[in-house]
Design a protein around this ligand. Sequence first.
Ligand code: SF4
Length: 188
Amino acid sequence: MGAATLEALAAKAATCTACRLSETRTTVVFGTGSATSGLLFVGEGPGRDEDLQGEPFVGRSGQLLDRLVEEELGLTRASFYIANVVKCRPPGNRDPAPDEIAACSRFLDGQLELLDPAVVVTLGNVATRVLLGTDAPISSLRGRTHPWRGRTLVPTFHPAYALRGGGGAVAQMRADLVRAKLALAESR
Ligand code: SF4
């Protein structure tokens, strides 16, 4: 994408019409947080609350994620960066389509280049599959770290799944977040 700063890249995203999601979005949800933490969380796409507020993970699942990250990593939302694979809400919260993911990859690639995170935590099937380039389910990919583009990728469940799945998924998310914490410490 060639943007020199996150702000410049966000400004390009704000007027983007490169895929059909631009027709139904309210707000482009580019991403928020610390650009220097070395830690990037990636979800699949904005939901209804995020589309209305312009920030990623602001609904119930975001609140669960914030609580788990604070308890396991000791970090608040302002201390890491969080974004999605696609920056505009897929209608009805469907999964983003392959052509939408491809059209939006310029923004996630730009964020990776500018943030240069040592550790990337993918939240759920879509983000994990897109970044790792696999069709394998999250259940077979989580529970370990993956070397990825000179970084460490830690797959975990989407917090919305954990909200539906009860204590088991939450406990597994906690274990994955501890993996992210260790990988972050090793990178420093
Ligand atoms: Fe552009 Fe991405 Fe939004 Fe599609 S989802 S319109 S590529 S910013």
